[in-house]
Design a protein around this ligand. Structure first.
Ligand SMILES: [Zn+2]
Length: 171
């Protein structure tokens, strides 16, 4: 999969290079696009770090390592207040939504004073998010995951996650 992806990128850049020779204006246009992508990445990195710091202020330990559960991108252990973020999410460019998801679970831990409890959010999840939590048989667990996936998929997910964390953990 990664082999295929890198081949794809290589082909794309060769193609753009070729076009920029044919159309000189492309060489002026291209750096602007690259800067935009870099700026977006920088913003996401800053948001990731900010949310990580807030989680730490709330007493959670954020560990960038393989979670104890195989195949998980992120994991929160309620008893120890440890959050694992699988380093593969950085390669997949889903680090921020993964941390946002776990931060909702952290807010649920704060709201329940150490016992994870649903926040009672009135927000509706987007339809694409439904398959991710509807499979849970345990109603309590389904509720917790519904909230995490709902926040994670909102257009203002970062601000929402941050304000929930600050409110529920009294930061
Ligand atoms: Zn979850």
């Amino acid at each position: 999969m990664f082999q295929l992806l890198s081949t794809y990128f290589l082909l794309t850049s060769l193609n753009l290079y070729d076009q920029s020779l044919k159309y000189p204006s492309m060489t002026r246009y291209q750096p602007i696009e690259n800067n935009k992508i870099l700026a977006q990445n920088r913003e996401k990195n800053e948001q990731f770090n900010q949310l990580k710091q807030e989680l730490e202020k709330a007493g959670f330990e954020v560990i960038l390592a393989l979670p104890p559960k195989r195949g998980a991108y992120g994991l929160l252990q309620v008893t120890t207040k440890k959050i694992w973020i699988n380093p593969v999410v950085f390669d997949l460019h889903i680090a921020l939504p993964t941390l946002i998801h776990e931060s909702v679970h952290a807010s649920q831990v704060c709201a329940g004073n150490g016992e994870i409890t649903a926040l009672g959010l009135t927000l509706e999840p987007i339809n694409q998010a439904r398959p991710f939590f509807q499979g849970y048989r345990d109603i309590h667990r389904k509720d917790l995951e519904r909230e995490a996936y709902t926040v994670q998929t909102q257009p203002n997910s970062f601000d929402l996650a941050l304000s929930l964390l600050r409110e529920k953990c009294n930061l």
